[in-house]
Design a protein around this ligand. Structure first.
Ligand SMILES: CC(C)(COP(=O)(O)OP(=O)(O)OC[C@H]1O[C@@H](n2cnc3c(N)ncnc32)[C@H](O)[C@@H]1OP(=O)(O)O)[C@@H](O)C(=O)NCCC(=O)NCCS
Length: 191
């Protein structure tokens, strides 16, 4: 089954409002494995995102992209800047978060290549994804969970209007390789 069939509301779209180049949100593809390998090869990224990127290769990235394309519980976009894949954004854990919230909900996460940061790219991308989520995707709540050491992402979520919903402890298996003590939860409601 292809991605469009397993993700009926998914679509690719241009991101307006960024003046530094042509920004688009597009479907992930195995051809982006070398670009995504360059993002996850940054030793700081795993600690920022709470993911184990200690052993990465083209093969692990291709496997990860394969899993992303097969996951029908998540909407996932690659961020393309002037035709180059510079990051990704997704809304996942939809079944779980919807069950907990009692309304359609999903957990948003995002990352941008280091040399593209602090230019307003993710602000415009997230605004466009939120518009899609609330107007087309049927979501009532979008959540995000960030490590308490990730000042950039905490500053980012606060600036775009997400509400701080407190903290939650790391799981025992996460504590071994992270400097953080807690996750910080944020949410935004439709309307
Ligand atoms: C978090 C991240 C996506 C921000 O993307 P970005 O395109 O650089 O963000 P923007 O340029 O749109 O910044 C918007 C605002 O976010 C805040 N912000 C962004 N980077 C920041 C930093 N390093 N420190 C503090 N605040 C920061 C600022 O308020 C900024 O506004 P300003 O530049 O006017 O001060 C990027 O730093 C990243 O990819 N980090 C690594 C991956 C990650 O941590 N993902 C989150 C996991 S949930």
């Amino acid at each position: 089954m292809d991605y469009a069939q397993s993700h009926p509301l998914f679509r690719e779209f241009p991101v307006s409002g960024f003046l530094g180049g042509s920004l688009k949100l597009i479907q992930h593809d195995l051809k982006f494995a070398s670009d995504s390998l360059s993002w996850v090869s940054d030793p700081e990224l795993g600690k920022q995102m709470g993911a184990d990127f200690s052993v990465v290769s083209i093969k692990t990235e291709e496997d990860r992209i394969f899993e992303i394309l097969a996951n029908s519980d998540e909407y996932h976009w690659v961020i393309s800047l002037d035709g180059k894949a510079v990051g990704s954004i997704f809304i996942g854990s939809i079944a779980d978060e919807t069950k907990k919230a009692g309304v359609r909900a999903g957990m948003m996460s995002y990352l941008l290549a280091k040399d593209c940061r602090r230019k307003g790219i993710m602000t415009t991308v997230v605004q466009e994804v939120l518009r899609w989520a609330f107007e087309e995707g049927g979501f009532e709540v979008i959540l995000s969970r960030v490590l308490d050491t990730n000042a950039a992402s905490i500053g980012f979520l606060k600036k775009i209007g997400f509400i701080d919903d407190g903290t939650e402890s790391l799981a025992a298996d996460e504590k071994s390789y992270l400097d953080a003590k807690e996750w910080r939860r944020f949410y935004l409601r439709r309307g």
